[in-house]
Write a protein of this length. Structure first.
Length: 206
């Protein structure tokens, strides 16, 4: 699989890199959080990260004044496993380089997405990477054996628990958490937990 850069033209349909944000304090706070023993951890909002100076500008500027949460996805991962999307952009900031596996929402046909449509993009440490609402994504992939730490910035309460509503549209089958629609690969742990299986093809690994 070709791994593009988030600065390459191929990334433009998936997102963009935001300029002018000072990420040093956030990266220091992220590095102060211990790595999990194995696998991947995720917390939607982490107080020590939300106390960083960048939290205000991200809410006021990047999200246009919307209430936000600043959490983190961190651990050890090289596989696609699932793809998710939200009704809004997501911002990612890594303490080290990391790789995003992305696909376009319009590639979902009859509730299925072929993993052959997934593209890989490498982001450098400290870059403020916006992933558009129409770009499916999931846990970042590490580029070194010591894992990854990536800040995840989203509207407040995204990815938190929800009582699933009665299904009105087929898309409702994919609703997995608040503001989170998920397509799982059949080999993933999420599929075994009852997530909608919507990925066909290889479970892409980096």
């Amino acid at each position: 699989m070709t791994i593009y850069s988030v600065f390459d033209p191929e990334f433009k349909e998936f997102g963009k890199v935001l300029e002018g944000y000072d990420t040093k304090g956030l990266i220091d706070a992220m590095n102060a959080i211990d790595m999990p023993a194995e696998g991947v951890a995720y917390e939607p909002g982490i107080p020590s990260l939300e106390a960083c100076d960048i939290f205000g500008p991200l809410g006021k500027n990047a999200f246009g004044g919307m209430p936000i949460q600043l959490g983190m996805c961190w651990g050890y991962n090289k596989a696609l496993n699932c793809l998710e999307y939200h009704r809004n952009s997501e911002i990612n900031i890594g303490t080290t380089d990391f790789v995003l596996l992305l696909a376009k929402q319009e590639k979902i046909i009859d509730g299925k997405l072929d993993t052959a449509d997934v593209k890989a993009f490498k982001a450098p440490a400290g870059a403020v990477v916006e992933v558009y609402a129409t770009s499916l994504h999931y846990a970042p992939c590490m580029v070194a054996d010591d894992g990854f730490r990536v800040a995840i910035v989203l509207p407040k309460d995204t990815n938190t628990d929800i009582d699933k509503p009665a299904e009105i549209d087929f898309e409702d089958k994919m609703l997995w958490a608040r503001n989170k629609w998920l397509l799982a690969h059949p080999d993933s742990a999420e599929a075994k937990q009852g997530a909608y299986v919507g990925l066909v093809g290889e479970n892409v690994t980096i």
